[in-house]
Design a protein around this ligand. Structure first.
Ligand code: ASP
Length: 435
């Protein structure tokens, strides 16, 4: 059995609905369909979820949201009419309009995008609509109650066989709707794949898989055929944005592969994400390159810093106090540096630096900003001698100064820090060398 999740652009219009139906009908194993809320139909269009968040903001400030609501209404009615669906979606929309006057919760309101899209899609596919609030169960701390969810999902499957489930939300034990983080429909799909022990979790989007590098920097980057969960984690953390990162955990320990596919080009193979790749037919040494700009490095100098027990802890405690996530801690003999995101430290930089001076009892603290971090990621790097040599040589030949180096102990990534202004150039020359 296959769980197939469709993103917002895949269900943005009646034309997209038709593509979804063709995909579902072409394989009877696609029994569980998860949908996002209807997304953008064209550049500059609005996502239904964003409009619903905006309606909520209007309500909060008692500003009329009539026009916004009408746009939402029209989008669903248009799909219903164009596909001649029996479902009278106008009734559900009227109900929602009434709820708005009762100051319904934000979670309930924004979940309606998936709910209404799901009702229309179920009708169109001839599948049973199963409300996520009846089968996806949260604990009160916001974590998923997998046991309860599994029971409810299996029951629904036994009863109906083929189901459409709206993504992005579920309910607390008392039945109140709770939404996940933005982009959470990916997580719903993953939860369903897990509790049903699906053969594969298909994630249908508007790109033909995961690319080796950011297409805004590299023209037509190659597509990744297979990638491990851990490689994807590294790439996502460093800025590659494909799948909600929390969507990996539910399927990871059961080793259910995730397939990233394109609703607009269903014949393309896409990218497979799995735990391990045994017969590694990957041609290159690296799987992908990603990176992020705007980090700040705070370097602390103290004679014999590396021999003093507890010094690093004291420094890190300052960051903890200000709730600033530490990305890397490269160190020397008489100094160590702490790399953090510039955005996170901006407001408290002055306070942090003066506290650091106190705890390490040294006035020598240097702050440099405008650092970019970029990572080359690949499971095959561990087996190859000379990858970092090649990396440094390439950057050196192009006169890109390396300001920091880090490598994870599992050797699936090498991270280098370069000046912000060298970022795009560094990605380009590394792509040309390794991809
Ligand atoms: N509709 C929600 C959002 O825009 C969830 C999703 O699409 O996955 O964030």
């Amino acid at each position: 059995m296959i769980v197939s999740k469709f993103g917002g652009s895949s269900v943005a219009s009646s034309e997209q609905f038709q593509k979804v139906r063709d995909i579902i009908k072409s394989n009877p194993e696609r029994k569980v369909v998860v949908t996002s809320a209807s997304g953008k139909r064209y550049k500059g269009d609005n996502k239904v979820t964003d409009m619903l968040y905006l309606i909520h903001a209007h309500l909060q400030y008692s500003v009329s949201s009539k026009d916004l609501f009408t746009s939402v209404q029209n989008r669903f009615i248009k799909i219903q009419e164009e596909l001649s669906l029996k479902t009278n979606i106008a009734v559900d929309l009227e109900e929602l309009e009434l709820e708005l006057t009762k100051r319904c919760s934000i979670d309930y309101l924004v979940s309606r995008g998936e709910y209404l899209t799901g009702i229309l899609l179920a009708d169109y596919l001839g599948y049973k609509f199963v409300d996520a609030k009846d089968i996806i169960r949260f604990n009160y701390d916001g974590s998923i109650d997998f046991e309860k969810t599994e029971m409810l999902v299996k029951d629904a499957m036994e009863q109906h066989g083929n189901i459409v489930v709206p993504g992005f939300y579920g309910a607390y034990p008392d039945g109140t709707v709770h939404v996940m983080k933005r982009g959470g429909s990916d997580i719903t799909g993953s939860i369903l794949a897990r509790v049903l022990n699906a053969e594969v979790y298909e994630n249908w989007t508007d790109v033909s898989g995961i690319l080796m590098a950011d297409p805004r920097i590299i023209k037509n980057p190659k597509q990744i055929e297979k990638i491990t969960y851990s490689e994807l984690r590294e790439l996502s953390y460093m800025g590659a944005n494909v799948l909600h990162e929390d969507a990996i955990y539910p399927v990871k320990d059961l080793n259910i592969p995730i397939l990233i596919l394109n609703t607009n080009e269903p014949e393309f193979k896409g990218t497979m994400i799995c735990e391990s790749i045994l017969h590694d037919e990957a041609k290159g040494i690296i799987t992908g390159i990603a990176g992020k700009k705007d980090f700040t490095v705070i370097t602390l100098y103290r004679h014999n810093a590396s021999n003093e027990v507890g010094l690093l802890r004291k420094a890190l405690e300052v960051f903890e106090k200000y709730k600033i996530n530490v990305e890397h801690v490269p160190s020397g003999i008489d100094n160590f540096s702490i790399v953090v995101s510039s955005k996170n430290i901006e407001r408290v930089l002055y306070d942090v630096v003066s506290e650091l001076k106190q705890v390490i009892q040294s006035d020598s603290v240097k702050v440099t900003s405008n650092l970019s971090l970029l990572a080359i990621v690949g499971r095959n790097m561990a087996k190859h001698v000379g990858v970092s040599g090649q990396l440094f040589k390439t950057l050196g030949e192009h006169e890109i100064n390396i300001r920091m180096i880090a490598q994870g102990s599992d050797e699936i990534n090498i991270i280098v820090g370069v000046e912000n202004e060298d970022f795009e150039k560094a990605i380009t020359v590394l792509y040309d060398t390794f991809a």
